[in-house]
Design a protein around this ligand. Sequence first.
Ligand code: HEM
Length: 178
Amino acid sequence: MQEKQSNNTAYTAIGIVSFITISFLVWLIYFKTPHQATGDWVEQLPAINALLNSISFVLLCSGYVFIKKGLRSLHIKSMIAATISSFLFVASYITYHHFHGDTKFLAEGPIKYIYFTILITHIVLSIPLVPLVLTTLYHAYAENFSSHKKLAKITFPIWVYISVTGVLIYLILNNFNV
Ligand code: HEM
């Protein structure tokens, strides 16, 4: 009874935090007028974002291998570090968009279709990822490991997809967007 009540409180809090985060990102990317950039450092941010996504990818995969080998403590450390890395990515992404605004993709040919397929699936899946990560972490924190394991089977592949496609988007923009 008490467990159900604290779960409901946590789900409500996660729902509110996710809604605010996602609404803010939609406003930032699609509606806000970009602030004029103040220096070269802003142009370095996409590379930093790609690096943070790569770090999250490595930590997520290590965390998965660790739990499959029964190394619980390393699993916890890896997954918490992956969460921090993804959080830093979101902070850096917000900073970049605050100054730079939307990036136009101007290349033509097959790469255009590849790019937009990756971009659209990346954006669509990043919406449920926010509440999924928070709820997976909450179940682990509440030591409700059967729910943690069940949800982690959905959260983990989506998170891996988002981190890999984040890097791919950076590489395509850098190599094909002339
Ligand atoms: C959002 C971050 C996390 C993700 C994505 C994640 C992912 C996973 C995955 C994929 C599994 C294995 C499921 C399977 O066997 O197929 C798992 C199991 C497990 N995780 Fe996590 N994890 C995260 C954070 C944590 C944290 C912070 C803790 C501890 C406080 C934790 C503790 C455990 C434990 C104990 C198991 C084994 C459960 C069992 O076999 O009954 N995880 N997790």
